[in-house]
Design a protein around this ligand. Structure first.
Ligand code: BGC
Length: 750
């Protein structure tokens, strides 16, 4: 055995191979000591390190972990639209793993926010798979650049918490390929996560851990995944079936390695399959070896806090800013009242397995004190689910009366959203809204700062606030980040990664949420989030991609050029037309127009965040590959680009398109063989079939075959009929037409 690598699977006994395929304990791989294979630690994730102090027992104490930097959870970070910043977060997280000797951090989670009530929306990225993949890849690449692994999770379709351990998510192949897979696919193909964690749920009847199609056919054979797949904690219910499906590692262990040994002996697991799964585990250990051999490393706590601070600044989305109530001018000698317990006790992360013990915690009030900004403070309400406290309310209203401007910190208390359960509505706590109304009654200059992991309803109370800053969950440095934005040191630059609906019942998935009798039908298909709202012209409160700035921008000189048969490149100039330095995110949507299948009116296929000094211009170029124009065809069981014109929209939200240009694509030329079951319309549209139809028409003119009808209505009937049904329309002569077409086709295909 060399110093550098652990043995090959060939050097191990069946018992040793089996042992590699389950954990050593709740947070460790199982090593083979006699062969020099260590059992490295793997632990949560995803927005910082949660290294449990009671680590080996597997008992859950979510508050008992070593201090680590708490970065903004994905709900916030996803609004940054800044993959480079996200990469820096990943690098910092990896350094903390090196210090704590953690070989793999369990994240990021890139499941789609199918419905904003989903309990884990706070730690997932977006309703849009392109955005989710192109942002979260920064975490994977950033962490792994430092020799530590990631676990891309939860593969696939963990889109709700209700019944999550066993629910059968019934999803069309097309929706899986276009909505629920692409974030995983992009990250696998571009960053090769060392590990993937499968989901608890079933997909179309099969538990993810036992799903050969998912873990082997798609993940490895199609996408080229080279790492290992582990189970979510407790998601492996049948060691043998899972190993055969392509699951390398059961976590935590169920102490059933003997079952694997028996199955290997009696042939229920092929020797080659057990070897493959066990070798994956050895390869993983080898990858982590260099970083895990570093002793005495200490990460820079302050530098990481600063990364968390920058990430928090870019996570905020300014939803409303009437009369430019924000930013507040710290030198204006205005009296500021800060109302709301969240200003003193920030809500900075979500509940569940991602719960981190931060290295520092700076609230907004702490920051005001540090920066010498004077403001009165009244908590206004308690952060529990108890009714309003009249004394706290009265104190807050008094503070508002005597102030020039009011900053109201509202949000969801910790108990309102977490891993493990879904929310029941989008409502903000009633006592907070009631207090806002009373405060607005005595002082019209109110700006609300929101803290919540997933979307809350804004519309019902927005009229009481001139400004609304959605700050999501900002991690440990939210206080200084908020002060930077609120006092105008930095302009807000976040953009919504999910639509804010007017009413939860507008959401297309509500008809099938959260399912019944053990299953959930994804009946909305590919029409998730803005794909539904924009296609069907439904009003939303704030659209996908939206976010205000203190600056103003202009997008101009938009052009697109074909770069290949089915690829294009888009160019646009963005100008900061204000006196404020700020960033704008240019968003590229592809609008396919008419297609053979129902397609969303447009879909995000590119974006670029541009930092511009006051008055500065920059030109951005975004390349659109073939996939940008394709849909998943269940007919071809493959991606398909139809020939024709495609619009390319360049804008700053899904509903604020600055310019639309178009390209004419050749299409990928995929056709299906024509048969007697193809309709006359399909014969006419097919490049080969249409030649025979032309001959048929000519034969009709010559009187050799029946003449096709000129009647428009009858023609519609004809076009929709499989050609084996033509006698229904044309009498016995229809049989001659069918024969002519089929014979002609056979002749041309000889
Ligand atoms: C969660 C995972 C997490 C794991 C370990 C599971 O319940 O679904 O996201 O990584 O626990 O804590």
């Amino acid at each position: 055995m060399s110093e550098q690598t652990y043995p090959s699977v060939k050097d191990l006994t069946v018992e040793e191979k089996a042992s590699l395929t389950s954990g050593g304990d709740a947070w460790h791989l199982q090593g083979v000591e006699s062969k020099g294979i260590p059992g490295y630690m793997i632990t949560d994730g995803p927005h910082g390190l949660r290294k449990s102090l009671a680590s080996s027992t597997g008992e859950t104490d979510l508050d008992d972990s070593v201090p680590a930097t708490c970065f903004p959870p994905a709900a916030g970070l996803s609004s940054s639209w800044n993959p480079e910043l996200i990469h820096q977060v990943g690098e910092a997280m990896a350094e903390e793993c090196v210090q704590e000797k953690v070989a793999v951090i369990l994240g990021p989670g890139v499941n789609i926010k199918r419905n904003p009530l989903g309990g884990r929306c706070f730690e997932y990225w977006s309703e849009d798979p392109y955005l989710a993949g192109h942002e979260a890849v920064g975490i994977v690449a950033g962490v792994q650049s430092k020799g530590v692994g990631t676990s891309l999770k939860h593969f696939a379709a963990n889109n709700q918490e209700t019944d999550r351990l066993r629910v059968d998510a019934r999803i069309s192949q097309r929706a899986l390929r276009e909505i629920y897979f692409p974030a995983f696919e992009h990250i696998v193909k571009t960053a090769q996560p060392w590990t993937i964690m499968c989901s608890y749920n079933r997909i179309n009847g099969v538990h993810s851990a036992q799903n050969h199609w998912l873990l082997t056919d798609v993940l490895r054979d199609e996408w080229g995944f080279e790492g290992i797949v582990m189970s979510d904690w407790g998601a492996d219910h049948d060691r043998v079936a899972s190993l055969n499906a392509g699951l390398n590692l059961e976590m935590p262990p169920s102490y059933t390695d003997d079952q694997v040994v028996y199955a290997a002996r009696d042939g229920r697991i092929a020797p080659a399959q057990l070897d493959r799964m066990a070798q994956g585990m050895i390869d993983l250990t080898n990858k982590a070896r260099a970083a895990m051999s570093i002793d005495g490393y200490r990460f820079d706590v302050d530098a990481h806090d600063e990364v968390a601070h920058q990430a928090a600044v870019e996570s905020m989305v300014l939803l409303k800013n009437d009369e430019s109530i924000l930013p507040l001018d710290p030198n204006a000698h205005e009296k500021i009242a800060v109302i709301g317990e969240f200003a003193r006790t920030p809500r900075y992360q979500g509940g569940g397995s991602s719960h981190i013990t931060p290295t520092k915690m700076t609230s907004f009030l702490d920051t005001l004190a540090e920066r010498g900004v004077e403001a009165s403070f009244a908590p206004g309400f308690t952060l529990d689910l108890e009714p309003a406290d009249p004394a706290l309310e009265a104190e807050a209203i008094e503070a508002a009366k005597t102030a020039d401007k009011v900053l109201m910190f509202l949000g969801l208390p910790e108990a309102a959203e977490s891993e493990g359960f879904d929310r029941e509505n989008l409502d903000m706590p009633a006592k907070q809204i009631e207090l806002l109304r009373k405060v607005a009654d005595v002082n019209p200059n109110v700006a609300v700062v929101l803290s919540n992991g997933s979307v809350v309803s804004v519309h019902p109370w927005a009229k009481y606030a001139k400004g609304i800053l959605e700050s999501w969950l900002l991690g440990q440095a939210g206080g200084p980040a908020l002060a930077d934005v609120i006092f105008g040191k930095v302009s807000p630059s976040g953009k919504l990664a999910q639509s804010i609906p007017l009413d939860i019942n507008d959401d297309p998935s509500m008809l099938n949420w959260p399912g019944e009798e053990g299953h959930v039908d994804y009946g909305e298909g590919v029409f998730v989030g803005y794909r539904y709202y924009d296609t069907y012209n439904k009003a939303v409160d704030y659209p996908f991609g939206y976010g205000l700035s203190y600056a103003t921008f202009e997008v101009s000189n938009v052009s697109a050029a074909k770069t290949g048969a089915n690829t294009a490149s888009v160019t646009a100039t963005v100008t900061n037309t204000s006196a404020v330095d700020a960033a704008e995110t240019v968003q590229i949507y592809v609008a396919p127009g008419k297609a053979d299948v129902a397609r969303p009116v447009h879909e995000l296929k590119g974006f670029e965040k541009v930092f511009l000094k006051a008055g500065e211009s920059k030109t951005v170029t975004v390349d659109l590959g073939e996939r940008a124009f394709a849909y998943w065809s269940e007919k071809f069981n493959d991606w398909h680009v139809e020939a024709g014109e495609y619009d390319i929209e360049v804008g700053v939200s899904s509903r604020d398109i600055a310019a639309t240009v178009s390209v004419e694509l050749d299409g990928d030329g995929k056709t299906q063989p024509l048969t007697e079951w193809s309709t006359f319309g399909e014969w006419s549209a097919d490049p080969v079939g249409s030649k025979i139809v032309d001959d048929l028409v000519a034969a009709g003119e010559r009187g050799e075959l029946p003449k096709l009808t000129d009647n428009a209505m009858m023609r519609m009937f004809l076009n929709s009929m499989p050609i084996n049904s033509l006698p229904t329309l044309m009498g016995e002569a229809g049989k001659d037409v069918t024969k002519f077409l089929l014979d002609g086709y056979a002749e041309l295909n000889k």
